[in-house]
Design a protein. Structure first.
Length: 94
């Protein structure tokens, strides 16, 4: 991920506000300029999320079987700091 974009988006998500700590943070679809195979191997970049926070973002999800690209999806990801760090929904109709 481009360092500037990652740092800028993360900093916007973490802005301290005495009266408000969001439980849901929403990033745009293009926040990650790479596909899900990279994201799913690097979930440690989301350790900054608090235990009660969710991050929702869009990303291109790829389905690879036997080292072959099988499908490409425009997906929504819900990311957390839990034992199950992410869930996704593949958009089938745009």
């Amino acid at each position: 991920m481009d360092y500037f974009n990652q740092k800028a988006i993360k900093n916007l998500s973490l802005k301290e506000n005495i009266d408000f700590s969001p439980s849901i943070i929403i990033w745009p679809e293009s926040a990650f300029p790479y596909n899900s195979s990279i994201l799913e191997k690097n979930f440690n970049i989301f350790k900054w999320l608090k235990d009660d926070q969710l991050l929702i973002t869009g990303i291109t999800r790829v389905n690879i079987e036997n080292n072959q690209l099988k499908n490409i999806f425009n997906s929504a990801y819900v990311i957390s700091n839990s034992d199950k760090p992410y869930q996704f929904y593949d958009k089938v109709r745009l």
